[in-house]
Design a protein around this ligand. Structure first.
Ligand code: SF4
Length: 215
């Protein structure tokens, strides 16, 4: 059975009428740093770390100037701190040397920065620059598969398919709706199917929630 994309949009609108980015930031650069830190980490933890970090360091030059060791220490609790610190310092250097100190406002340039993949670039495009972008993180990937919108574990394939299914002007909002829906309702373990408007859709797509399944 083909999934009715309009039904999905209406269902997400009903459950997540006003989705917002849960990361705290004041500038595109702060958002970029926060999104890099959010890989394999909760937004709540990232906000705790950046609340302190951005008091002292909030420009690309600040991050170039600080030592790798200090940055690692400050972001340690976000996990993967060594790689994240290297990526943030390297991206900061590129922003200064190649883009005049400003975070580039187009997808192709963003993805040339260290640590910035498609997901991060899409989030920055949508949230910092108001672009139409469909970032696919673990929640979007899981929800899209469960609803039968896609059948893939590849985020890039998922992104391409979702962009074909949904109108461009809905991409950014749908991204946040799926993230929040996946975070609080359609959770990896024990999704709350009893209180979900999509229970019939998932039944038709063949998904059955069990105590163990994560995908
Ligand atoms: S019915 Fe369950 S698995 Fe399907 S979208 Fe809703 S919460 Fe997720």
């Amino acid at each position: 059975m083909t999934v009715d994309s309009k039904f999905v949009v209406e269902g997400l609108d009903a459950m997540q009428p006003n989705p917002v980015c849960e990361l705290n930031f004041k500038t595109p650069f702060e958002l970029l740093v926060a999104v890099v830190l959010s890989a394999q980490c909760t937004d709540k933890r990232v906000n705790q770390v950046t609340t302190e970090l951005f008091k002292t360091y909030n420009t690309p030059q600040d991050f170039v100037d600080m030592t790798l060791e200090e940055l690692e220490e400050r972001i340690h609790s976000c996990g993967f701190y060594h790689n994240k610190a290297k990526a943030i310092k390297s991206a900061s250097k590129d922003i200064i040397e190649k883009f005049g100190g400003k975070v580039p406002d187009n997808f192709d340039d963003l993805t040339t920065l260290a640590g910035v993949g498609r997901k991060t670039a899409n989030v920055v495009m949508a949230e910092a620059f108001g672009g139409d972008a469909f970032a696919v993180d673990t929640h979007v990937l899981r929800v899209s598969n469960r609803l039968g919108l896609v059948k893939t574990d590849n985020p890039n394939v998922c992104e391409d398919k979702l962009k074909l299914i949904f109108p461009k002007n809905t991409w950014s909002k749908l991204h946040y709706q799926m993230v929040l829906f996946g975070r609080y309702t359609c959770k990896a373990i024990k999704p709350n199917c009893a209180n979900c408007v999509f229970s019939q859709v998932c039944a038709n797509s063949g998904f059955r929630a069990t105590r163990k399944n994560k995908v």
